[in-house]
Design a protein around this ligand. Sequence first.
Ligand SMILES: [Zn+2]
Length: 445
Amino acid sequence: MALWIRNPLAVLAEDAGGGIVIDGSRIVELVPSGKTPQHPGAEVFDASEHVVLPGLINTHHHFFQTLCRAHELARDKELFPWLTALYPHWSRVDRDMFRLGARLALAELLLSGCTTAMDHNYMVYGGMEDATDIEVEEARALGIRATITRGSLSLSKKDGMVPEDNMVQDEDTILADSERVLKRYHDTSDGAMIQIALAPCAPFNVGKRVMRESATLAETHDCRLHTHLAETMDEEAYCKQVFGYRPIDWLEDCHWLQPRVWLAHGVHFTPEDCRKLGHHGVGVCHCPTSNAVLASGFCKTLDLEAAGSPVGLGVDGSASNDASNLIEEVRHALMVNRLGYGSSQRITHRDALRWATKGSARCLDRSDIGEIAVGKQADLAMFKLDELRYSGSHDPIAALVHCGASRADRVMVAGNWRVIDGLIPGFDARKLMAEHSAAARRLMP
Ligand SMILES: [Zn+2]
């Protein structure tokens, strides 16, 4: 039976003041203010206390890092010393810890209004060969949409790099397993719940053959490509020293200056880099909190968008955020961009919400999500303004961002309620927290 989300307090959609009609997994009608649906016999959900947003879409994360939050080794450092401090601990993550980290990150995202999760997982090594499969299982169990990447590390301490030697795989193994998980899980159909992308980790820990052959595999299997790029000036110095050129030249050399690619961070791009990325349709995931915590800088979101690049939003891993909360990230995106660009650019809460919805959908090359419109998937994030922080607020949509929303009241994914009254039905959060925090203490005593 169809469902009419009736008369929302506010909705981020054109001409839908009277609500949204859902049938199956899709939005079938937008109802103008004061009207009733043309769709017959719809069941009614009274949304008069809800602010309704398109489901938020995360485009960069490392789920397992929820085990490393606010640890003294990770705090108050820039990227390279942070990585050097953490990799020895990461090398001891086992399958059980990894599964708990993923489950917790996914639940936290869902409760924050995220309907499409993403993980950039490079933790695929001896004993962890089925890490991609574990993440797919956990996303399916929660009913959240997800792009899971098959990440990779091929250069380690023995090559003069930072990852521990047990964390890398040889290039043939990486490429063979990339093909395995693409064949097994990657769904290119409209409304897909699980997609796979290929995500070699970064210029300083993966070889060019993996990059180039991943691009070939992506062409064959019609999937996206993702990596970290231009996060810090240390990375730029590394590229100049080792390759004799800058990170964007490495991207080009690896055949990755193309529209299948979206990058994490993209902080240190020149105006010429932005033009080049835009020209080639390369997307960028902006990670404002992580960039602020590691003092990396800020992404030139408006310049990239103006040049033609999709710009999405990501919480990044929980060793550098340390939350997996996407609606909070929207607020941080507004603040960081205001600081970075100054007041003359008039960046508003709607820009930050656009990055977390339409922009992120473009990064993942999804035309079926990211927007409340007829024919799109019924992915919704619904918030109540019934906390002290909202009292006295005027514009309900601006209030979510400016007053600091952190938890959705209702979340719908593909027409199914996955969060009701701020809780995930059938999900024992207390039990998970007990197991997850015990795993975190085992990993980083
Ligand atoms: Zn990252």
